[in-house]
Design a protein around this ligand. Structure first.
Ligand code: PNS
Length: 173
């Protein structure tokens, strides 16, 4: 028996947390959620309050957009958190943190976070899923840049989020 081995959980008992800024949620995030949700009992999409970054959307708006997009997923809940992610995960009794990797450029940052989180909470595992190939170029940051400069973000974000972005950044005639 390995030293840190723990009793196996059935997948229906497994709680996973998918943390992020979601400013705003993109179709890339959604793809990851859709692929992870069937693998676990409960998936908590956890929106960081983010004291350091200056988000475009308030915490309440980001949570609301996610809830709207994810309302048909019975085992997915949307919540907000601040403080250490691992403290939040423990509070939710989650054993898994989900993160997406789009390209090798994501890897370094993700590795650093995963190792730090493992040091803080060895009983919680980080699971990486590769972004779907159709979504691997999409980021919330680029979506905001494109819409802010008058570009089309259709397909990059869910339709309900696109509507909100178009209202926020009306096209100049
Ligand atoms: O979508 P993002 O902005 O890449 O998500 C980053 C996030 C929320 C996963 C990360 O900033 C985070 O976990 N913040 C919580 C603070 C924390 O636990 N920091 C120490 C662990 S690295």
């Amino acid at each position: 028996m390995l030293q840190n081995q723990i009793a196996p959980l059935s997948s229906s008992a497994l709680v996973a947390v998918y943390p992020g800024s979601f400013d705003p949620v993109t179709t890339g995030h959604l793809d990851l959620i859709q692929r992870c949700a069937p693998l676990v009992g409960r998936l908590v999409v956890a929106v960081l309050r983010n004291a350091h970054k200056q988000p475009l959307f308030s915490l309440e708006e980001r949570v609301q957009m996610l809830r709207e997009v994810l309302r048909d997923y019975p085992n997915v809940e949307v919540d907000a958190f601040d403080g250490l992610l691992v403290d939040y995960a423990r509070q939710k009794q989650a054993k898994l943190l989900l993160r997406g990797i789009r390209a090798i450029s994501d890897y370094e940052y993700e590795l650093q976070m995963a190792l730090m989180n493992r040091r803080l909470a060895p009983e919680i595992e980080t699971m990486f899923m590769m972004a779907g190939e159709a979504y691997s170029f999409i980021s919330s940051k680029l979506v905001k840049e494109v819409i802010g400069l008058g570009g089309d973000v259709r397909g990059l974000v869910p339709p309900s989020v696109e509507q909100i972005l178009v209202q926020r950044f009306p096209r100049k005639p």
